[in-house]
Design a protein around this ligand. Structure first.
Ligand SMILES: [Zn+2]
Length: 349
C-alpha cells in the first residue's frame, strides 16, 4: 500500500493542521500543498477546502507531503494581517568543523543545533519574556528545527525585522554584549553543556579545524594569551587537555574580561537567525509535513529532545511510522507526543 496513503489516512493529525488553517468568513490563511517543487496554491485551493473533511480529501488526492502555511489575510484586501513568528535554524548556516558539505549533517555538527536551541529558548523566555506554552519546537526533517511562536501575531513586517535585528549577532562585539547580559547561572549551564557535549563527547578540540578557529579567536581578542596557549597546546595530547589548560589559565589570570572559553562556546552555539521565514509574506512548513528528500516527519518535540546527541539519525520517517502502524495498529509514541505538544500550543491562540 502507498505509504503516504497510510500516513494521511491513519497517522496525520488533520484536525490539528486544519485548525492552523482555520478561517473566518472575512479572513483566510494562505495555504499551499507542495511536493518537491510543485505547488498547488492558496485561494483556489481554499475555495475547495471549506471543512476538515474536504481538507482530508485533498490530502489523499494530492498526497502532497508538505503543507505550507502563510499569513492570515483579509479576504477583501488580500493584505497579510497576522502570522506566527517563525525561527528557522539550520545547521548549514553555522561555521562547521566536521567533514560535512552542503546539506549533509552528522553527529558532530548537530552540536550547533543543540546549542542554538538552548540559547534561543533563553532569549525568547528570559530576554523577551515569552511564555513556554507559546513556543513550539518542530524538527525540520533534516538539518535543524523550526521554532514557532504564537504570540505577537500582529507584528508588522517592520516589527519582525526589528526583532530579527535584536536577536542576530553577527560580530564578536555583539556576542560580547549578549554574554554580558547573561545570568551567571545560565553561563555555567552553557559551559557545562559545551564541555561535556562538545569537548568530551564529540572531541571537537581534537579537530585541527576547530583548534585553528579557537587560536584565531584568541589572537584577535586576547592577544596576550595567544602565544602562551598556542605553545602549551602543542604539548597537550588531547582536545580535553587543551580545554582544561585554557580554563586553568583563565582562572590563574583572573581576567576582568569575558573568559575566552565562554566566548568560544557562545560563538559555536549562538543561533543563526534567517530573517526570511520570519517575514509576514513568507510561508512556513506546517508541523507533520514530510521532508521531500529524507521522508522524515516534521515532528513537534520537547526542547530537551533537540539536545539528543543521536537526533540527526534518529528522526522518525514515513516508512518507519507506517511500519509501526502496521505492526501495532497505532501511531508511534513520538507522533503521539508531537500531537500532544501541537494541541497544547494551538490551545494558546
Ligand atoms: Zn557534520
Amino acid at each position: 500500500m502507498d505509504l503516504k496513503q497510510v500516513y494521511f489516512q491513519h497517522l496525520y493529525p488533520r484536525e490539528l493542521i486544519y485548525e492552523m488553517m482555520r478561517t473566518s468568513p472575512s479572513l483566510y490563511r494562505k495555504v499551499a500543498l507542495s511536493e518537491g517543487e510543485i505547488f498547488w496554491h492558496d485561494l483556489d485551493l481554499l475555495k475547495e477546502i471549506r471543512c476538515e473533511q474536504e481538507f482530508h480529501k485533498k490530502l489523499l488526492e494530492h498526497k502532497s507531503g508538505q503543507i505550507h502555511l502563510g499569513a492570515i489575510q483579509s479576504l477583501r484586501e488580500k493584505t497579510p494581517l497576522q502570522k506566527e513568528l517563525v525561527f528557522d535554524i539550520d545547521v548549514t548556516d553555522f561555521t562547521r568543523y566536521c567533514q560535512c558539505r552542503e546539506k549533509q549533517v552528522c553527529l558532530i555538527c548537530w552540536l550547533h543545533i543543540e546549542g542554538a536551541s538552548l540559547l534561543l529558548n533563553y532569549i525568547l523566555r528570559e530576554q523577551l519574556g515569552l511564555q513556554e506554552k507559546r513556543i513550539l519546537w518542530v524538527l525540520s526533517g533534516k538539518k535543524g528545527f523550526h521554532c514557532l511562536v504564537n504570540d505577537w501575531l500582529h507584528f508588522s513586517q517592520q516589527q519582525r525585522e526589528r526583532l530579527v535585528k535584536f536577536i542576530e549577532r553577527k560580530t564578536i562585539d555583539s556576542l560580547r554584549e549578549f554574554i554580558f547580559s547573561l545570568e551567571e547561572e545560565f553561563i555555567e549551564k552553557i559551559m557545562t553543556i559545551f564541555t561535556e557535549r562538545v569537548i568530551i563527547q564529540r572531541k571537537l578540540l581534537d579537530l585541527p579545524t576547530f583548534q585553528q578557529a579557537c587560536l584565531d579567536l584568541l589572537l584577535e581578542n586576547y592577544p596576550g594569551l595567544f602565544i602562551v596557549v598556542k605553545h602549551q597546546w602543542n604539548n597537550c595530547h588531547t582536545g580535553v587537555e587543551k580545554w582544561q589548560y585554557l580554563q586553568q589559565l583563565e582562572m590563574r589570570q583572573s581576567l576582568q574580561d569575558i573568559r575566552p572559553s565562554l566566548l568560544v562556546a557562545v560563538q559555536c552555539f549562538y543561533p543563526r537567525v534567517d530573517s526570511k521565514p520570519m517575514g509576514l509574506n513568507n510561508n512556513f512548513k506546517a508541523p507533520f509535513s514530510l521532508h521531500p528528500k529524507t521522508g522524515k516527519i516534521s515532528l513537534p518535540v520537547q526542547l530537551e529532545k533537540l539536545m539528543d546527541y543521536s537526533l540527526p539519525f534518529g528522526q522518525l520517517g514515513l516508512a518507519e511510522a507506517c511500519d509501526y502502524f502496521a505492526r501495532h495498529t497505532c501511531e508511534p509514541p513520538a507522533m503521539s507526543e508531537g500531537k500532544k505538544l501541537l494541541k497544547t500550543w494551538l490551545s494558546q491562540f
